[in-house]
Design a protein around this ligand. Structure first.
Ligand SMILES: *[C@@H]1O[C@H](CO)[C@@H](O)[C@H](O)[C@H]1NC(C)=O
Ligand SMILES: *[C@@H]1O[C@H](CO)[C@@H](O)[C@H](O)[C@H]1NC(C)=O
Ligand SMILES: *[C@@H]1O[C@H](CO)[C@@H](O)[C@H](O)[C@H]1NC(C)=O
Ligand SMILES: *[C@@H]1O[C@H](CO)[C@@H](O)[C@H](O)[C@H]1NC(C)=O
Length: 757
């Protein structure tokens, strides 16, 4: 790889889905003197690290962990800006701590776990003024540990577990964490100190105290509620804090504050929150296991509406933790609602009660009866479930069996009804020509958006089948994923991933409260452009979105842009007149001017609409505001001689105007105007747009992984080989007006959560 003009290189394996780098680190890396961040972790790199790596004198983050690098531990002498270095899990030759352990004063974090270091830990290391963490567990460090007298004030953690250290000179000025568990020194006089017993604390430094409850234990699936010392079914999940402002996990008051804020803001009773297993994970996110217990007197379970309420609060980030915890996301575990028997909820406890009261035999008979009944019911259900697929056609005619779905699943009407609280108004999050959109939470804890077709905008079964087959093939990280669908009891519903940060429009208008700085806007533009380029160039068959606009670009918890289309309104059957009219899909202000002449929408129509979105990103204005059209406004105001604002100072979003020199601003505006050329022929293709925006971001130093088509191809997790689509030949690409199939573009599945980044 060549990284000649860049200052940041992110090629960590976690960013790549199975696209591992292998081979040696090229020595040319050393030539890029301006490089500031080099992440090559979690790949399959082999061989020695080039000896000229330390030519990278500007580097401040170096991560080579989890490869199979050999040779001697790299010499980093001279990298005097280095803050963070991680060389863990490689196969370097045995050696003493390299000399740079004592010379790179700028270090904040030094990580080299599972390595081959031996000898003494250099004392000098502990005195570096900014040093916060030293993590050297599982090496062969031996001899005496002497941290010296001038220990950095910032130092929070020294982890030397599982080395061969035989003695230690303790400095009473150091009060933060030092872990020596697994060293010979722990068999000596200090064996009872925290230094040797922190094993538990490193993975579990804070756990809600259950000391008052004695040694009581609970049946599986249940937990001990701290408020009552009773067993109950907790609502569980994991909180991931992406940037807490503290490193010290031993400060109990921090965690008490979190517990308290959870029970207060979630409307639970005091003591109903239990935190366990807090630790910094491989992404350096603070990960905490959360258990919430039902209030005393409300039984062992939460009811459905409670779970939904709490789940939404955490998943849509309405709940704000104490400020030191910073931004977070929450991934819930499925909640085990009580087994329902004939409509009444009987908890296991109650069943046991009946059992002992009426005789075990009866219970067993009952159990067997219920079991048989359930099996029968299940079997019937299974047959019934496979049936709708056999009768997609209007009069039950065969239409080729079940739809070929890749990952999207079938939902029963009852399931979706339950998870939206009977389609309650409070769960409504949108409304379109097609029908209403509801928020729901599946029993797995996944929050979804459910689009429910209303009477009159329903399609024929066959069209619906075609649609979901098509949708389930489209799969890209910048397209909103289809989780599943429901086709039952006269209902048609599509279930999508829920995007907690809402639409781009809401974010631009300031409704959401998330400031979109210029870089974020560029990334949003790039993400959505990639999604569209994928639809045009790589989806099979190609898809024209036909309704690109800022309300169809949604932002997930990480502000990754995903293109959606909740319109679904192309085919409106006008039953009164007995014919089907093809409704224009585009939205005023975004609509390709050529459409008026040709009555055809093409890929270039999407490009036009996307150009408008780009102008919105610059101005935060609606395409048509107070009768003024954004394209014309920008064209009139533009002044090439104004190097700073391009003449657009007046109409810029003030948030950008206040920036010093937003990177690539002029190029971005030029690209946007290129997209909104009158004639489709003059507009770039979507993949040109991707390349253009990538170029701008590269200028800013963020390597954007590669160029459009190839990068798009690498990014989505399609199955190998081109999927065969039954309509490949039947439906020519440009023939949009006749193709029912290509109407919308919501993406495909992923019930597995997006990687926590
Ligand atoms: C530390 O380990 C090295 C290599 O195994 C050995 O040569 C040296 O004698 C050890 N030092 C002490 C004090 O045990
Ligand atoms: C522990 O945290 C609390 C609140 O977050 C803070 O006020 C206090 O200073 C911290 N204590 C120590 C010893 O860091
Ligand atoms: C669910 O539980 C909450 C609090 O325990 C209660 O206020 C609410 O009425 C319950 N809802 C239903 C539908 O039972
Ligand atoms: C998040 O969920 C809560 C609880 O259901 C709700 O009050 C709030 O409006 C939701 N916020 C968003 C942005 O959906």
């Amino acid at each position: 790889f060549s990284v000649v003009h860049s200052t940041l290189v992110f090629l960590g394996g976690r960013l790549f889905d199975g696209n591992q780098l292998s081979g040696k680190i090229p020595s040319t890396v050393g030539l890029v003197q301006t490089l500031e961040v080099l992440r090559l972790d979690r790949n399959s790199l082999i061989g020695p690290v080039p000896s000229n790596l330390n030519n990278l004198t500007s580097i401040n983050e170096l991560n080579l962990a989890h490869n199979q690098l050999t040779g001697s531990v790299p010499d980093l002498t001279g990298m005097d800006s280095l803050n963070y270095v991680d060389l863990s899990n490689n196969s370097f030759a045995q050696s003493e701590a390299p000399s740079w352990f004592s010379t790179i004063q700028s270090l904040t974090t030094l990580v080299m776990e599972y390595g081959t270091l031996q000898g003494k830990v250099p004392q000098k290391l502990f005195s570096f003024p900014q040093l916060q963490q030293i993590k050297l567990r599982n090496n062969a460090l031996n001899n005496t540990l002497d941290m010296g007298d001038s220990i950095s004030q910032q130092l929070q953690l020294v982890d030397l577990q599982n080395n061969h250290i035989s003695s230690v000179t303790l400095n009473s000025a150091y009060r933060n964490t030092l872990i020596l568990t697994g060293n010979p020194v722990c068999t000596t006089g200090i064996s009872n100190t925290n230094y040797c017993q922190l094993q538990k604390q490193t993975t579990n430094p804070y756990s809600t105290s259950l000391a008052n409850c004695g040694t009581k234990s609970c049946p599986p699936d249940q937990g001990l509620s701290p408020q009552s010392c009773e067993c109950a079914y907790p609502y569980e999940g994991t909180l991931y804090f992406r940037a807490p402002s503290f490193r010290d996990l031993s400060n109990i008051s921090t965690f008490h504050a979190l517990e308290m804020s959870l029970w207060i803001k979630l409307g639970l009773t005091p003591g109903s929150v239990s935190l366990q297993n807090s630790f910094f994970n491989v992404d350096d996110y603070l990960q905490i296991q959360l258990e919430l217990f039902p209030s005393i007197g409300n039984g062992k379970y939460f009811n459905r509406s409670e779970i939904q309420r709490i789940g939404f609060y955490l998943s849509n980030q309405t709940y704000k933790p104490p400020p030191e915890f910073g931004p977070y996301y929450f991934i819930a575990s499925p909640y085990a609602f009580p087994v329902e028997l004939g409509g009444t909820s009987l908890s296991i406890g109650v069943i046991v009660g009946i059992g002992t009261g009426c005789g075990v035999l009866i219970l067993i008979l009952m159990g067997v009866g219920i079991y048989i009944f359930q099996q029968k019911w299940r079997a019937e259900r299974a047959i019934e479930l496979s049936k709708p697929f056999a009768s997609w056609g209007p009069s039950g005619e065969d239409s080729g069996g079940p739809p070929q779905l890749k990952g999207a699943r079938w939902f029963s009407y009852d399931e979706l009804k339950k998870c939206t609280n009977n389609f309650s108004e409070s769960n409504e999050i949108g409304f379109g020509g097609y029908g209403k959109v509801y928020r729901g939470m599946l029993s797995s804890g996944l929050v979804v958006a459910i689009k429910r077709a209303q009477q009159g905008s329903m399609q024929g079964g066959l069209e619906f089948k075609t649609e979901i087959e098509l949708l389930s093939r489209v799969h890209h990280k910048n397209l909103v994923g289809l989780v599943g669908f429901c086709f039952e009891q006269g209902e048609q519903m599509l279930v999508y991933e829920f995007m907690p940060n809402g639409t781009l429009r809401d974010n631009l208008s300031g409704k959401s409260g998330i400031p979109l700085d210029w870089k974020r806007r560029l990334c949003i533009a790039l993400g959505s452009a990639r999604g569209l380029a994928y639809l045009h160039d790589l989806a099979n068959p190609p898809i024209i979105h036909r309704d690109v606009k800022s309300t169809n670009i949604l932002l997930d918890e990480n502000l990754t842009a995903k293109v959606a289309d909740f319109g679904l309104s192309k085919l409106v059957s006008d039953s009164g007149k007995g014919h089907i009219s093809t409704q224009v899909k585009g939205t005023l202000g975004y609509l390709d001017p050529e459409y008026y002449m040709t009555q055809q929408l093409t890929e270039k129509s999407d490009v036009y609409s996307f150009g408008i979105v780009m102008l919105e990103l610059v101005t935060s204005k609606q395409p048509i505001e107070k009768g003024k059209y954004i394209v014309r406004e920008v064209q009139i105001a533009m002044d090439k001689n104004d190097k700073e604002y391009y003449g657009l100072e007046e109409i810029l979003d003030p948030k950008i105007r206040n920036l010093q020199n937003p990177i690539g601003f002029v190029r971005f505006v030029d690209l946007a105007l290129h997209c909104v050329e009158e004639s489709a022929e003059d507009r770039p293709t979507m993949s040109d747009v991707v390349k253009g925006i990538e170029g701008i971001l590269q200028q800013d130093g963020v390597i954007t992984k590669s160029t459009s088509a190839s990068s798009s191809a690498a990014e989505f997790r399609t199955t190998k080989g081109k999927p065969q689509h039954p309509y490949d030949d039947a439906l020519p690409k440009k023939d949009v007006n006749n193709s029912d199939a290509f109407d919308y573009s919501g993406g495909y599945m992923l019930s597995t959560r997006v990687e926590p980044k």
